[in-house]
Design a protein around this ligand. Sequence first.
Ligand SMILES: *Cc1c(COP(=O)(O)O)cnc(C)c1O
Length: 382
Amino acid sequence: MTIPFVDLHAQYLTIKSEIDAAIADVIARSAFIRGTHVEAFERAWGEILGVKHCVSCANGTDALYVAMRALGVKAGDEIITTAHSWISTSETITQAGGRVVFCDTEDNTFTIDPTLIEQKITPATVGIIPVHLYGQPADMDPIMAIARKHKLWVIEDCAQAHMAQYKGRRVGTFGDVATFSFYPGKNLGAYGDAGCAVTNDDRLADWMTTFARHGGKGEHIMEGICSRMDGLQAAILNVKLPHLSAWTKARRRVAARYNELLNGVRDVITPKVAPDRDHVYHLYVIRTERRDALRKHLTDAGVSTVLNYPKALPFYPAYSYLRHAPGDFPTAYANQSCILSLPIYPEMSEEMIAYVAECMQNFSQESENAFSAVAQLTERHG
Ligand SMILES: *Cc1c(COP(=O)(O)O)cnc(C)c1O
C-alpha cells in the first residue's frame, strides 16, 4: 500500500461536478480578478467566522504583511512571535520593517508560551503574532491579557486553523486582525494561492483593502501593493466552504483513530490537546526519539511523512544574524529533532489509517527485538 501525505485529487473527485461548473462560470463571466465570486467568498467567510470584514489577498503571507502595514509597523518596531512556525510568520515582520523577536513554545501544544512573552517586551515592542500551529489554537486568554496590559496589537496567524475554537470561540476573532491561507493543502484550500485578513475594525479593513489594491482604484491615495484573490480561486473556495465542517470532522476522526491505534506504541507521543482548545488537525504531529529511523521505515513501507518543520525558525541560516543558541528556545529546539507529521486528510480510509499505525507498531517491535538480542548477547559474553 502507498499512503500519500495528502491527496487533493481524492477530494476533488468528491466535488468534481460542482468545481467544474464553478470554473466554467468564472470563465463564462470573465470574472477573473475580484468580481462576484470574490465578493461572495469574502462575505461568506466573514459570516462563518463572525467577523465584520474579510479582505481577500493573493496568499496568506501577503495577508500578514498587509495586516502589519495597516497596524503601522515602522522601522525598529519589535514584534514577538513563536519560534516554531512556517517562515511566513516571521519573514513578513522584517518585510514590514519590524524586528523579529522569537519566543519559545509550550511543550505539548507547539504554540507560543504566554508565560515567556512578558520578558521579551521592551519599549520598542508593538505587537504579538501567535500562530495556531498544526490546527490547535494558541492560549489566547493570557496572550490577549498581556497585549491589553502593554497596549500591543495582536495578529492571529490562522493559516493552519480554519474553524478551530478556543473556549468555544472561533480563532480569528480574538486579535486586532487575523490572517488565513487558502494554499491548496490547507484545511480550506484553493487550486492555487489565496489568502485573506479578517477584522472587526472598519478603519483597518478599509486601509488593508486600499493598500492591497495599489493604494486605491482611480485615486491612488498612497502607494500600495498588488495582492488580489482571483475569481477562479474564490469560486473554488465557495464550492468547498459548505463542506468544511464535515471535512474538519473527518480530520478529527482520523486523528482519533491514530490516537487509539498508536496508544501504547513504545517511544511514540501522540498529539496533546490542551483543555478548552479544539484542534482541527491540519497536521497530525507525533514525537519520537528515533524519528529519523522511523521516518525511513515508513518511507520504505510506502507511507509519506513530512517534517513541519525541520528546524525551529531561530536556527535557520535566515536568522543567524540574531545569534541564537539552542538554550534560548529549549522547547522548540528539543521538538525540532523528534517531530514527525503523519498523513492526514479527510478522505483517508480506515484501512489506510490502520496501515500507517501497523507500520509504526512493526518498527517499534523490530527495534525492541533488536534491543533484546543485543542485551542477550551482552549478558552471555559479558
Ligand atoms: C501556510 C502558512 C502561511 C502562509 O500562507 P501562504 O498562503 O502559503 O502564503 C502563513 N503562516 C503559516 C503558519 C502557514 O502555515
